[in-house]
Structures are given as structure tokens and as C-alpha cells.
Design a protein around this ligand. Structure first.
Ligand code: SF4
Ligand code: SF4
Ligand code: FES
Length: 243
């Protein structure tokens, strides 16, 4: 049995969609992050463990895992804030296929960004003057509140509607669409509003706010989705999109 004063008991998911938790004992260190724990296992106990990370400083969004039942960015999550009685259970993100161990297949997540028309559509060419956007304009303020997404997938893993409805675009893709809907330089709103208003779009959100509660960037996808609901309803009434 591990000594909770000097060691953590860590259960890690091993395998693919079918698999099991295996237990490792990891030395407890001051200011240790959950990513440090996973890295220790891979470097010292089992080199076959697969996981993802890149920046280790909360920028790249690649290190998200399920930690003691909740999706978290592991490089910025201290063990001291989440370990219960010296125990950690670390698994892959929910709502995504598991490739191996702690690595999920992010394709469904990014494919939904494409379905939500999350790519900028330029309205000008490189030869035109650059548009000046006033920082205090309401559209810029709305976009600004939602723009710092790092594509970590935590909101997607936390969303019950994603779990129940495979067609639901999810909080991150809809949040992205909202930033573009408010971008005065973008020319893609006719197709974007139709895409996010369709089945599986913004109107499927039940506003439970798990996404807002767990987003490590303190974004509020629920508010962005509420904005899309209002904007698409107005577009219906104006005849810009069809029911
Ligand atoms: S508020 Fe909407 S998008 Fe966010 S977790 Fe709930 S159902 Fe999912
Ligand atoms: S909205 Fe937040 S939780 Fe969702 S992918 Fe972006 S940064 Fe991650
Ligand atoms: S490793 Fe880049 S956000 Fe955690």
C-alpha cells in the first residue's frame, strides 16, 4: 500500500475503447501537476504509456484528460488541488473515441468546427485596405469574450448533450462560430447561421453550463450559444435562413 505522505496512488487508463485502469505508485512532489505524474509513469515505470502534451504551460490545449471524474488541462492542474487522500484516477477525455491509453481521437471535435463553419471567410483581398475594428464596438466586445479558446476539448468532454446526441456540434465549435458571426471582416455568415441553426446546432443546447464551469480559459460557451440562438431566430424572421 502506498504511503500517502510520500507517494501517490495513481490509476491510469490502459488500452483503447476497451481497457482497464492500472495502478502505479508515484513519488509525491511539491507543486506537482497531474501532467508531471503522467510523465513520471511514462519515463520511469512504463515507457509504453501514451499521452499528449506540448507546451506544458496552458497554451496548446493538448494535455486534457479526465482527472478524478472531471475533464481538466493536466499541465495547469496541481495534484494538491485534485488528489483525494493521495489518490488520482486519470483517463482519456469522455465523448471521444480512445486511440490508446490517455490519447483520444480529436477528429470528431475538429470536424464539428468545420460543420459549424468555424473557418474565417475573407470579405476582402490582400490588395484591399485592412478594416479598422473599433475595440469598443458591441460586436468586437462579443467576439473578444469568446476568442481565447485553446481547442482543448474539455467543454466537449463535459457536455451531456454531446454524450446523448452524436450530431450535436458542441460548445467549442458553436463558441467559435459566435466569434465569427461577430467579426465584421468575415463574409461567411449566410452559410454559418444556417449551419448552426440546423439539427444538432445551437438550439440543441440545454444551457446546463458544464462547459462554462470547466473551461480552463474561463470562457462561457453557453453565453455564445445563447447569442447564436438569438441571432438565428432573428435570421429566420428576416428570411435570411429557412426553417
Ligand atoms: S450549456 Fe450547452 S454546450 Fe454547454 S455543456 Fe450544457 S448543453 Fe453542452
Ligand atoms: S471553449 Fe474552453 S473548454 Fe472548450 S475547447 Fe475552448 S478552451 Fe477548451
Ligand atoms: S500541455 Fe499545452 S495546454 Fe497543457
Amino acid at each position: 500500500m502506498s504511503d500517502a505522505r510520500s507517494e501517490l496512488t495513481v490509476s491510469l487508463w490502459r488500452g483503447a475503447q476497451e481497457g482497464r485502469y492500472e495502478t502505479y505508485n508515484v513519488p509525491l512532489r511539491e507543486n506537482q501537476t497531474v501532467l508531471d505524474v503522467v510523465t513520471f509513469v511514462q519515463r520511469h515505470l512504463d515507457a509504453t504509456l501514451s499521452y499528449r502534451f506540448a507546451c506544458r504551460v496552458g497554451v496548446c490545449g493538448s494535455c486534457a484528460m479526465t482527472v478524478n471524474g472531471r475533464p481538466r488541462w493536466t499541465c495547469r492542474t496541481h495534484v494538491s488541488s485534485v488528489a483525494k487522500a493521495g489518490r488520482l484516477e486519470i483517463g482519456p477525455l469522455e465523448n471521444l473515441p480512445v486511440i490508446k491509453d490517455l490519447v483520444t481521437d480529436m477528429r470528431p471535435f475538429f470536424e464539428k468546427w468545420q460543420q459549424a463553419k468555424g473557418a474565417f471567410v475573407p470579405s476582402k483581398t490582400r490588395h484591399d485596405a485592412v478594416d479598422a475594428i473599433r475595440p469598443e464596438s458591441p460586436a468586437r466586445v462579443a467576439a473578444d469574450a469568446a476568442i481565447e479558446c485553446i481547442n482543448c476539448g474539455i467543454c466537449y468532454a463535459a457536455c451531456d448533450t454531446v454524450r446523448w446526441n452524436a450530431d450535436y456540434l458542441g460548445p467549442a465549435a458553436l463558441n467559435r462560430a459566435w466569434t465569427l458571426v461577430n467579426d465584421a471582416r468575415d463574409a461567411g455568415n449566410a452559410t454559418r447561421l444556417a449551419a448552426v441553426a440546423a439539427a444538432g446546432g445551437c438550439h440543441a443546447c440545454h444551457s446546463h453550463q458544464s462547459c462554462q464551469e470547466l473551461c480552463p480559459q474561463a470562457l462561457n460557451p453557453t453565453a455564445s450559444i445563447a447569442g447564436l440562438k438569438r441571432r438565428t431566430a432573428a435570421a429566420y424572421l428576416k428570411g435570411e435562413i429557412k426553417a
